[in-house]
Structures are given as C-alpha cells and as structure tokens.
Design a protein. Structure first.
Length: 312
C-alpha cells in the first residue's frame, strides 16, 4: 500500500494528512513564548497506522461508535455487520473508512480533498457510499467538511478521531474541559446504549468547565448530548491546557463522544472529542436518525481552533 501525505500550514500551525484513513497524523501549533507544540498523538512512520487499533487521527465510519449485537433493521430487513469488538460492531468495522487508502488531491498549503468509496455489502452494510472529506485551513481554523452520498438508504455517521494533548505530552488530567451538554446517552456494561437519555452525573458534568483530574482513576467514554437549542456560533467544547493553549470546537452534530484514551499505551495521554450522531442510533427510534439517502446525503462540518488561551 502506497500511503500519500499532504502538508497544510499557515503562520501559526502545520499539519500532515495521510491518505490512509484520511488520518490527521501530526498537528503542530505555535506555543506562547515561542516554538511549537504537537497537539495530537500520532506516529512518525505512516506504516505504523496499519496495525493501529486506536483509530488515531482517522475519519471513522461508515458508522462511528458502537452498534449493539452488530446488527440493525432497515425497511423490514435485518442487516448483520462484521463484529470487531466482542459481539458488537465499532467504527465501521475492520473494513471501515479508517482502514481504507483514500484518493487524495492537495490544493496547495491550505486545502486537501480525500475521497473513498464503500461498496454495497462492505462490512455488512446496505448500499454503496461515496465519501468526500475536505480539510482546509481558513482564518487560523482547521475545518473538516464531510459529505457521504449513498445509492440507497443506509446508516451513516462519521467522526474525526484525534487524540488531543495540548501540552505536547504527558497526562491530560490537568486539562480543563467545558462541553455544552447536560445529558448523556446511558450505556450498559459493554458501552452499548440502553436507549435512555439521562442528566449527566456530577462527576462527568463538564457544562461549567472543570479539569479532567477526577477521571484519572476511571476511564471516561461517554456520548454527551448537544441540545438542539445550542447556538452553533458558539463552541460545543473548549479544552485548555496548563501551558496556555486552548482548543475550541464547533460542530453541527447532535452528540460529542468524550473519551480519555483507556486503550492508549499510557492511558490518559490523549483526549478524544468526537462529534457524531449518537452511537447505536440505528437501533433506537428515539435517537436522531442516522439514515442517509440519495436525496438526503450525510453532511458534517467540524471546525477546530487551537490558540493561546484568552488572557495569556
């Protein structure tokens, strides 16, 4: 497999995008006081991603998150998916978008377009799906525009899977996180949604902002519900590090998966913030529908900005 790379850069940041998995492999941002800092986890050798089961920096799907029992029903038919997390299906399965070598066309130092086609029956899903992700730097912000067009109704929910560490290394427990959510989708012991939407318990309520320190002794992997009333001109999440950098994240998705990286070689050295449709939505009629059609293709816009925290 020939993995291609494209560099994006502006006055404050530099990124490396790979054709494999549409992976954001490296992102370096100017540090207050001089120099730059790597703000996501990644591998120096692109080939290392071939054996990586952590979805590091990738676009995951065709359906992100878990699908319970690796099956769902659509239009009166049951579709059985590949199982890649015990008896369940995770992040599109072993042949999902994160495992594909996408076609990539760069447009100078500010933009790159990646495209990939999933065929009918891939990992058990109905319908062929044409996926396009445009990644660009604009006004100091990093923007991911995602479009997925099926040839028949099929579930689609993509997620960008960076592991953030704004300090450039070490644990993230000192990072402060604020999320515009007061509810979450309850899960069972295998992290499969029960169908209930409940208020966030105090220990994982980040609506007013708090450090991640309380999560140091318990892995956090939860879908937070972004209310429909949230003003999308305001960030869905803000993450700041003791070193002075802050990440602001804007999203048009109804959920944000917050994951403290329990599967990393050193747990807690990266934090995932994954905008998405709620996990297992295809099996819960009360969840936002993940079904895309030729007439209503799937779209997502993710906007990220990493800059010195206000007042620094």
């Amino acid at each position: 497999m020939q993995i291609a790379a494209h560099l994006l850069e502006d006055a404050r940041q530099r990124l490396r995008i790979l054709s494999l998995g549409a992976i954001t492999a490296d992102w370096r941002v100017a540090r207050p006081g001089g120099g730059s800092v790597p703000v996501i986890l990644g591998h120096d050798d692109p080939a290392a991603y071939l054996g990586d089961d952590r979805y590091m920096g990738a676009i995951v799907g065709r359906v992100s998150g878990r699908i319970g029992q690796a099956r769902f029903s659509l239009a009166g038919r049951t579709w059985r998916l590949s199982r890649n997390q015990g008896r369940h299906h995770l992040h599109g399965g072993p042949g999902g978008l994160s495992r594909r070598n996408w076609d990539m066309q760069g447009d100078g130092a500010r933009a790159v377009r990646l495209t990939c086609r999933l065929e009918h029956g891939d990992d058990g899903y109905p319908g062929a799906l044409d996926v396009q992700v445009d990644i660009r730097l604009e006004g100091g912000r990093l923007i991911y525009d995602m479009l997925a067009t099926p040839d028949r109704p099929t579930p689609v929910s993509l997620a960008q899977h960076n592991y953030y560490n704004l300090a450039g290394g070490g644990p993230v427990w000192g990072h402060r996180l604020r999320v515009a959510a007061r509810c979450f989708t309850e899960t069972d012991a295998e992290l499969i949604p029960t169908g209930a939407v409940k208020p966030l318990p105090p220990e994982i309520d980040f609506s007013c902002g708090r450090t991640l320190a309380q999560q140091q002794h318990g892995a956090l992997d939860v879908n937070m519900v972004i209310p429909e009333s949230h003003d999308r001109d305001w960030p869905v999440a803000v993450l700041s590090a003791p070193g002075g950098l802050a990440l602001r994240l804007w999203s048009d998705q109804p959920g944000l998966q917050v994951y403290t990286g329990a599967n990393l070689p050193v747990p807690g050295t990266g934090l995932c913030l994954e905008p998405q449709i709620w996990p297992d939505a295809v099996n819960h009629a009360n969840f936002p529908s993940p079904i895309a059609t030729p007439e209503r293709p799937y779209r997502q816009r993710l906007v990220l900005e990493i800059a010195p925290e206000a007042g620094r």
